[in-house]
Design a protein around this ligand. Structure first.
Ligand SMILES: *Cc1c(COP(=O)(O)O)cnc(C)c1O
Length: 379
């Protein structure tokens, strides 16, 4: 009998329910409690940054970022087209004009060389996305930002435990964001993190996070009452979310080791496809692999559809990824018409293979065999 190999299985460490019950028993379920603090302290020390705030999602962390850097109607932001809608929506919601930019030829990350020509007097920020957890060339991006006085918000949703020249992703821009959605390396169902690297934004970040109040400072005993001091919204998750995340953080090392192992086995076993013109993930010298994703870029859209169908017939679930945002139903009339050919190639040709902590050696070998079999027949 064939067995079904899913694309993703969220990993649970077994400690989640224990911590969940602890929080229940303490009757402290609202946000910014003990587990939230534990998670935030852990990230703050691991990342060596100014402040970290747990959020209900990475999308929310990006919304907080747009507020913190004072995005206003008329401002322009530069965002890769090959990304999730959540990279762009928070800036659109504040009235910004998005200038979409192409991907690189060698990997789906932002084409750093194309950024500067899009900068105008109205440009306020660059939002690089570390696709598949692989660092963008942050040296180049930060250089452009400095020269033109722009903010950098890293969408590091997929980039937990990944580095640029030894520095953790998410800590290089003024702000960075992680996602703990169940499709990410570590997860709590829905959740995210705002990483505040610019010390000038630290105090305000906590206020916007707490609905525009200084309640966080009040809890620390820094002010004797709390009140409405700024705009804000409800960005903090409940303690129950934090308990699940804490269970995952305890096991991060182990989770990462296994994911990178699976990635390496895929890479070594499938590298013969490169000769045929199939593109495999590329990790630049300055970047690291965090085992978030393993993908192939097929030679045509038809080839990709056939590969997905072939794997499906063997009950292996491989999936495509983003659809270029510049040509989406929502945005296509707003796009300035620049062709973004690589974003479109990844839209049509990229396919992701099953990768999760509990993927067995046997199942992975099955996936590899079927991929190799497919390409042996297709060329
Ligand atoms: C997953 C993801 C997001 C959204 O994360 P949520 O936590 O689901 O809001 C944003 N950007 C990228 C690049 C992602 O991969």
């Amino acid at each position: 009998m064939q067995k079904n190999i899913p694309f993703n299985v969220p990993f649970l460490t077994g400690k989640e329910t224990e911590f969940f019950e602890q929080a229940i028993q303490k009757r402290k379920l609202s946000g910014n409690g003990e587990f939230t603090q534990r998670c935030q302290d852990w990230f703050q020390s691991q990342l060596g940054t100014n402040k970290t705030l747990l959020t209900t999602s990475c999308t929310d962390a990006l919304e907080l970022s747009a507020l913190l850097i004072n995005i206003e109607p008329g401002d322009e932001v530069i965002i890769p087209s090959y990304t999730f809608v959540s990279t762009a929506n928070p800036f659109i919601l504040r009235g910004a004009k998005v200038k979409f930019i192409d991907s690189r030829k060698d990997h789906p990350g932002i084409d750093e060389e194309a950024i500067e020509q899009l900068v105008t007097k109205k440009t306020k920020a660059i939002i690089p996305v570390h696709y598949a957890g692989v660092a963008c060339d942050m040296g180049k991006i930060l250089g452009i930002a400095k020269k033109h006085n722009l903010k950098v918000v890293e969408d590091a949703a997929q980039a937990v435990d990944s580095y640029y020249k030894g520095k953790p992703l998410g800590t290089l821009g003024q702000l960075g964001t992680f996602s703990f959605h169940e499709t990410k390396n570590i997860s709590c169902g829905e959740g995210g993190l705002l990483i505040v690297n610019d010390p000038d934004l630290a105090t305000r970040s906590e206020i916007l996070w707490e609905k525009g109040t200084n309640r966080a400072a009040f809890w620390r005993g820094e002010v004797d009452k709390y009140g409405w001091v700024d705009v804000g919204s409800s960005y903090l998750p409940s303690e129950l979310t934090a308990t699940v995340l804490w269970a995952q953080l305890e096991r991060l090392k182990d989770i990462q080791k296994r994911r990178v192992e699976i990635y390496n086995i895929y890479f070594d076993s499938l590298s013969s496809l490169i000769e045929k013109g199939v593109q495999l993930p590329f990790i630049p010298q300055y970047a690291t692999c965090n085992g978030h994703m393993f993908y192939l870029v097929c030679r045509s859209a038809e080839e990709r559809s056939s590969l997905i169908a072939h794997l499906k017939s063997k009950e292996i679930n491989a999936v495509f990824h983003y659809l270029s945002l510049h040509s989406s139903p929502f945005f296509k009339d707003k796009h300035d018409g620049r062709p973004l050919p690589y974003s479109d190639i990844y839209t049509d040709c990229l396919v992701r293979l099953p990768l999760y902590y509990t993927l067995t050696e046997e199942d992975q070998n099955l996936v590899i065999d079927e991929v190799l079999k497919f390409f042996a027949e297709w060329s």
